[in-house]
Design a binder for this molecule. Structure first.
Ligand code: ATP
Ligand code: MG
Length: 228
């Protein structure tokens, strides 16, 4: 469903070129859970942002079906991302001045296909699904880390995207809480058959995925097993 073709991403910092991604080729199948591992600084977040159209590559293409997403103008790309991609970031990125239900509903309001009331109602349903029906009107600072991450997952789901991109979604949670968040992601994959691309340093977690790849020296290596 997603085909990443010869993606390069080079950053220029203070006159120095940093060649982070050097020819990435990768496919993500419909409904699959793909784990991406690699050392810190290897370019995992950079790659995830490119897959989701949050950043543009130096060269190369990302196809969704037959559509090269970087053929879109910025506004079309924003619309595509809003409809098709759900991001779950390592640090939840919730908006502090909005309640849980407002944070979740915003994506649906922005898409313009739903009224504010409909969006809030959908947000409430999703928050109930992630076990937060008693926290709808809490602000991010009034939620625990695990609760914030569950709000972030609900937010990622609001427009029923075909793909969830998750960047170490449990990176700063304790083991038990992180287990709960992961079970939730797996449940969602079962229930809605979205693809899930997951960056993780966690060996056990990577083993649960359908497929694992490793990002090394700017390239992908298929790994049966991700080393610690
Ligand atoms: N906007 C930027 N400008 C310049 N260099 C950048 C930029 N973003 C990332 N880099 C560099 O690109 C490299 C890859 O960064 P990236 O965030 O993708 O790594 P990562 O694999 O996600 O690491 P981590 O596991 O620590 O999150 C790093 O060396 C980083 O310093
Ligand atoms: Mg990262």
């Amino acid at each position: 469903m997603i085909r990443i073709v010869d993606i390069h991403r080079t950053y220029t910092e203070a006159g120095n070129e940093i060649r982070v991604l050097q020819g990435i080729n990768l496919e993500v199948n419909a409904g699959e859970i793909l784990a991406i591992a690699g050392t810190s600084g290897a370019g995992k977040s950079t790659l995830l942002h490119l897959i989701g159209g949050l950043d543009r590559p130096t060269s190369g293409a990302v196809f969704f079906g037959n559509q090269d997403i970087f053929g879109f103008e910025d506004r079309e790309l924003d619309h595509f991302r809003n409809q098709e991609i759900g991001f779950v970031f390592q640090f939840h990125h919730l908006l502090a001045e909005f309640s849980a239900r407002e944070n979740v509903a915003l994506g649906a309001m922005i898409s313009g296909t739903h009224s504010m009331d409909q969006s809030l109602q959908q947000a409430d349903e999703l928050l109930a699904y992630v076990g937060l029906e008693d926290r709808l009107d809490h602000y991010p600072t009034q939620l625990s880390g695990g609760e914030r991450q569950r709000v972030a997952i609900a937010r990622a789901l609001i427009n029923q995207p075909r793909v969830i991109l998750a960047d170490e979604p449990t990176g700063n949670l304790d083991r038990k809480t992180s287990g709960g968040v992961l079970d939730l992601l797996w449940d969602l994959n079962d229930r809605f058959s979205q693809s899930l691309v997951l960056i993780t340093h966690d060996h056990t977690l990577a083993q649960r995925a359908d497929r694992r790849v490793h990002l090394v020296d700017g390239k992908i290596s298929e790994a049966k097993q991700i080393a610690e």
